[in-house]
Design a protein around this ligand. Sequence first.
Ligand code: SF4
Length: 381
Amino acid sequence: GQCIMACPTGALHEKRHSSDLQSALHNKDIHVVMQYSPTIAVSLAEEFGLKAGKEINGLLNAALRKTGFDKVFDSTFGADIYIMELAAELEHRLKNSLTFPMFSSDCPAWIKYVEQWHPELIPDISTCKSPQQMLGAIISEYYTKTYHINIDNLYTVSAMPCTAKKFEAQREQMTHKGISDVDAVLTTRELAQFIRLNGIDIHQGEPELADFPFHIRSSAGKLFSVSGGVTEALIRTLHFRLTGKELQQLRITELRSNKDYKEVKLKIGEFKLGFAAVSTVKQAAVLIEEIRNGRNDLHFIEVMACPIGCVNGGGQPIVDDQTALKARIKAVYDLDEKEPIRVAHKNPAVIELYKEFLGEPLGELSMKLLHTSYKKRDVSL
Ligand code: SF4
C-alpha cells in the first residue's frame, strides 16, 4: 500500500496512518476525495461572512476543487442510502414481529452513550452505518473499482459538524478488509480554516456541481441536519415501501418544532406506527426510562445528541444568538420545499447504485458494506 508518511509502527494498513491531508493533496499518486455533511453547506456560509443559512454547496464544490481534491462528493447521497437501508430494516422488523422500538444510528455521540451506559439497548439500535461511513464504504468498494483507482492510493476526507464523527471514523467496526471507510474528518470550523489557509476566496468562485456518480441528492437527505429530519425522511420511504404509494403530505409538522422531544403517530398500510425524535442524550434517558416502565407505543426513535440536531453541532460555527441557528434550520426546510427530488427512493443516482452494484437494501452486499455492529464499552474509554 501507498504510505504518504513514514508509518511509525510498520502496521499493515498504512492508509490509516497517512493522516496528513496536505501531504496527500500534494502527492499526485494519491487520489484524494472529500465528502461533506448536509449540515456543512447550510452553516459554512457564516464562517465566510455570508448570510447565515445560505446554502453554498456550489461554491464549496468549486473551492474544494481548487484546494486540490480529486473528487468532491456530498454526503447527502450517503444520507439517502441510509434512509433506503433504514426503511428496509424497519419494514423487516415490522413484518417479522421483532422487538420495538428501533433506534437511529447516525449520531456517533448517541451510539457511544448507548455502548457505555445502556448496552442492553444495543440489539435495538439500527445496524445502519452513518451516512458518512456508508458513503466512505461505497467510495472504497464501488467508486475505486468503477473508476480503476488503486484503493491503496485512495485518501478519503469528510467534513462534518462535530468531533464525534472523528471518533466514529476510527471505530474498528468501521473498516472493511482492514481499510478504514474514512481516513480523516474535519469539523465545519476546521474546513473553513483549511480553505482560508489554502488562500481560496470562496466568494470568487462560480458554483459547481458535486462529482458523478454521487452528484444527485434528495431534500430528504438534507433534512438530516435538523432533529426530526431523519424520521421525516424515513417515513416518506417507509410509506412507499409498505403501500407502494407516495406519502401525500411529505412535510410532517409534528416533527418540525424546536422542542427536544417530538412524536407523531401514523397509520401506514396495515400498521399503526409511533415515531419519536429526541435531541439531547438527557431527553433520550427520560424516554428510555419510560420504555423500561412499560411504554410500548413507539416503533422508531431518532436520537441526536445535540439540541435541535447537527445544525447545532459542536464543530459548527459558534453562535451567541439564536438568529443564525434559526437561519440554518430555515435553509434546510426551504430546500425541502424547492428541490425536485424530495424522497430518497426517487434519487436516480441511488436507484442506479442499487441496480448496478448494491442489489437490494439489506441484501448481501449492503449488509457487508453498509451495516455495522456495536459493543459494550468501558465508561472510562
Ligand atoms: Fe454530531 Fe451533534 Fe449531529 Fe450527533 S447531533 S452527529 S453529536 S453534530
